[in-house]
Design a protein around this ligand. Structure first.
Ligand code: ZN
Ligand code: ZN
Length: 588
C-alpha cells in the first residue's frame, strides 16, 4: 500500500447525513441509492484524510498538502477508519445490488488494511524507504494536467513541510531492515535533481519567472538539507538489531489476506505453485524431447532433464527481432492478436478504443521492456499507451541478451499479457464498469491474474498453431509467475536464503542471472505482491472450469469472459460468488 497520511480531519458521516431518510416501498432500490451516496462521501473524506493518496490517484484537490506522519496523524486515521466501519454496519448487504456488494466488501477491506498497517505491520517503523517526498513532487511537476503555475504553487506549499516531515521520519524509525535502509538512502539522494534542478527550471519557464525564484530557492534549500540530513542519519544509524526483511508466517498470511484478497490462504497457494512447477517441468521435458533431433541432430540427451530443457530454450531463444525493430514488431503484432481473438470468438474488443504504442517516455527509462499506462478514473478520456522500452544506448552484448529473453515466441506472449486480450482489454472493460471504488482500488491479483490467464487461454485456442516451440516458451514464461509465488512464500515464511533462491530461479525457472538477481532484490523489499500473478490466474482458471462443469454443453467462453470482466477490477473470490449464483450468465 502507498503511504497513507492524514491531514485536516472533517467527518461527514453517513449516519449523520442519512439517518432521517427512511427507505420507501422499494427498499432494494433505496438501499442502493443510499449506498451510492455513502460511497461518494466516503471517497471525498478518504481524500481529505489521505491527501497524498488522493494526488497519487489523480484527484488534485489536495495537491498542496504534504502530511507529516506523526503519531497524532495515525490516531486521526484510526478515527476515520472506525467511523466508517461503523457506517458500513448500517447497511444490510443482502439488499444491495451485486456490484454494490463488491464495493461494500472492498471499502471494508481498505479500512481494515489501513488499521492493520498502522497497528500491526508498522512498516513506518522499519521501512525508511516509505519516507521520500520527491516522487510526489515529480508527479505534480510532470504528471498532472493542471496549469504549470498552479502546480508550482502546490509544490511551493508542499515544500514548506519537508523539514518537519523528515524530522518525524527520524522519530518513527526503529531498527529498520538493512535493505530498506539502503534503498531509502539511494532513492532519497537520487531524487535531489528533481528539487535542485527541475523545479527551478519550471519556475523560470512559468509566468512567475524570476519573481518567485528567490522564494523557491529558500524552500528548496531547506528541503534538500533535510533530505541530505536524513540520508546521513540513516548511514550512521546504530542498528545492532535490525528488523528482518522476511515477514514470518503470521504477518505474511495477514498481509496476503488484506492485499491479495484470495479465496485461498498463502500456504494453500504455495502448495498449488509447487504442484504447478512439477507439472510444467514434466510438460517441458516431454516437449523438448519431441523436438530434440530437429534442433540438436545427433547430440545425446543430457541425463538431467532440467539441463535438457535449458539447452532447448537457449536454442529457441536465438530466434528474435533485430534491436532496431523491437517497437515495430510490437506494433505489427497487435492487429494480428485482435484478428485471432475475433476469429476464435474469444471476447468482444471495442474498435473505438485503439491502443497507442509509443517509445517509453524518458521519466520511465531504464526498465526496458513493456508496460501499459492507462488513464485513471479522474482522467478517463486520456489515451492509453503501450510503452515500449528503447534499446538505444545498449551495448551489442546487452541488447543481444535482452532480445534473446524477449525472443520471437516470448514477445508474442508478452503482447498477449500486456495488451490483447490481457491488461489493455481488461482496462477497457473496467472503465465501462461504473464503479469509482473498483477503479480507484483495483485488485492487483485480479489484474495480473487476468493477464496471466489470457496467455494460457490463447494457447488453448490454438494461438501459435499449437507448435511445440510455442508451447515450450509459453511454459517457460508461465513458470515465472509460478516461481514468483514459490520465491515469495519461501523467503518470507520459510527463510529461504539467496543461494537456494538463485537455484530456484536460474536452474528450475530458466532465468538469466541478472533477472534472478533482480528478483532476489524485489523479494527482499516487497511482501506478497509477487503472489498476485499466480493467485489471480489460479482462481480465474478454477472458476472457469467450475462454471464449464456446471453449464455443460451450453458453456460459452466468450460470454464467460465478458461477464467476468463486467464486474470491474474486483477480487476474483467476490466475482466468483456472484457468477456461481447465476450460471445461466455464461451460457449461449
Ligand atoms: Zn541474436
Ligand atoms: Zn502484468
Amino acid at each position: 500500500m502507498r503511504r497513507l497520511y492524514f491531514f485536516g480531519l472533517l467527518f461527514i458521516l453517513f449516519g449523520c447525513t442519512y439517518n432521517n431518510e427512511k427507505p420507501g416501498g422499494n427498499s432494494f432500490k433505496n438501499d442502493d441509492a443510499h449506498f451510492d451516496a455513502f460511497k461518494s462521501l466516503y471517497i471525498e473524506n478518504l481524500w481529505k484524510t489521505f491527501p497524498d493518496w488522493a494526488s497519487g490517484k489523480g484527484n488534485h484537490k489536495y495537491d498542496g498538502t504534504l502530511s507529516v506522519p506523526t503519531d497524532e496523524l495515525r490516531v486521526q486515521e484510526e478515527k476515520f477508519v472506525s467511523a466508517y466501519l461503523d457506517s458500513l454496519k448500517k447497511f444490510d448487504i443482502n439488499s444491495l445490488s451485486p456490484k454494490n456488494k463488491i464495493d461494500f466488501y472492498l471499502i471494508g477491506n481498505t479500512l481494515r488494511e489501513i488499521t492493520w498497517n498502522n497497528t500491526v505491520l508498522k512498516s513506518y517503523q522499519w521501512d525508511p524507504s516509505e519516507y521520500n517526498i520527491a516522487g510526489g513532487v515529480a508527479e505534480l511537476l510532470t504528471g498532472s494536467t493542471e496549469k504549470l503555475e498552479s502546480r508550482l504553487i502546490n509544490i511551493y506549499n508542499r515544500l514548506k513541510s519537508v523539514p518537519a516531515y523528515y524530522a518525524v521520519a527520524k522519530e518513527n524509525i526503529k531498527n529498520p531492515t538493512l535493505v530498506h535502509t539502503q534503498l531509502a538512502i539511494e532513492q532519497n539522494l537520487n531524487s535531489l535533481p528533481v528539487l535542485e534542478k527541475d523545479i527551478l527550471e519550471a519556475v523560470i519557464q512559468s509566468r512567475f519567472k524570476l519573481v518567485a525564484k528567490g522564494d523557491f530557492e529558500d524552500r528548496i534549500k531547506n528541503a534538500v538539507d533535510a533530505i541530505k540530513d536524513f540520508a546521513d542519519w540513516l548511514k550512521n544509524l546504530e542498528n545492532t538489531n535490525p528488523h528482518s526483511a522476511n515477514l514470518g508466517k503470521k504477518l505474511y498470511e495477514e498481509k496476503f489476506q488484506h492485499e491479495i484478497q484470495s479465496g485461498m490462504t498463502a500456504h494453500e497457494l504455495y502448495l498449488r505453485a509447487i504442484n504447478r512447477k512439477r507439472e510444467l517441468h514434466n510438460k517441458m521435458y516431454a516437449t523438448t524431447t519431441s523436438i530434440w533431433s530437429k534442433y540438436m541432430g545427433n547430440l545425446e540427451l543430457p541425463r538431467d532433464s532440467l539441463v535438457t530443457i535449458q539447452l532447448m530454450i537457449d536454442k529457441l531463444s536465438l530466434k528474435h527481432v533485430h534491436r532496431d525493430s523491437f517497437q515495430i514488431a510490437i506494433e505489427n503484432q497487435l492487429p494480428l492478436l485482435v484478428e485471432f481473438v475475433q476469429n476464435k470468438n474469444l471476447i468482444y474488443i471495442d474498435p473505438q478504443k485503439p491502443l497507442v504504442v509509443r517509445k517509453e517516455p524518458s521519466y520511465m527509462a531504464g526498465v526496458a521492456t513493456a508496460s501499459i499506462s492507462a488513464p485513471g478514473p479522474y482522467d478517463k478520456e486520456a489515451n492509453t499507451y503501450y510503452n515500449v522500452g528503447s534499446l538505444t544506448g545498449y551495448t551489442n552484448e546487452r541488447a543481444e541478451s535482452f532480445l534473446r529473453e524477449y525472443n520471437h515466441y516470448i514477445l508474442q506472449i508478452l503482447n498477449i499479457h500486456e495488451a490483447i486480450p490481457g491488461h489493455y482489454t481488461q482496462l477497457v472493460y473496467s472503465n465501462q464498469a461504473p464503479s469509482l471504488i473498483k477503479s480507484l482500488f483495483p485488485n492487483g491479483a485480479m489484474l495480473e491474474g487476468w493477464a496471466v490467464y489470457t496467455e494460457l487461454m490463447m494457447m488453448e485456442n490454438g494461438y501459435g498453431n499449437n507448435t511445440p516451440e510455442m508451447w515450450l516458451m509459453y511454459y517457460k514464461w508461465h513458470l515465472r509467475s509460478v516461481c514468483n509465488t514459490i520465491l515469495d512464500y519461501s523467503f518470507h515464511v520459510l527463510n529461504m536464503d539467496k543461494e537456494a533462491a538463485m537455484k530456484l530461479l536460474v536452474n528450475e525457472a530458466f532465468q538469466q542471472q541478472a533477472e534472478a538477481e533482480g528478483k532476489w532484490k524485489r523479494v527482499n523489499l516487497t511482501q506478497v505482491q509477487l503472489c498476485s500473478y499466480f493467485s489471480g490466474f489460479t482462481e480465474i482458471y478454477d472458476l472457469r472450469e467450475e462454471l464449464k462443469h456446471k453449464a455443460g454443453d451450453t458453456f460459452n467462453l466468450k460470454t464467460f469472459h465478458e461477464k467476468f470482466l463486467s464486474y470491474g477490477s474486483a477480487p476474483v473470490k467476490y466475482i466468483k460468488q456472484l457468477m456461481l449464483e447465476d450460471t445461466s450468465a455464461v451460457m449461449h
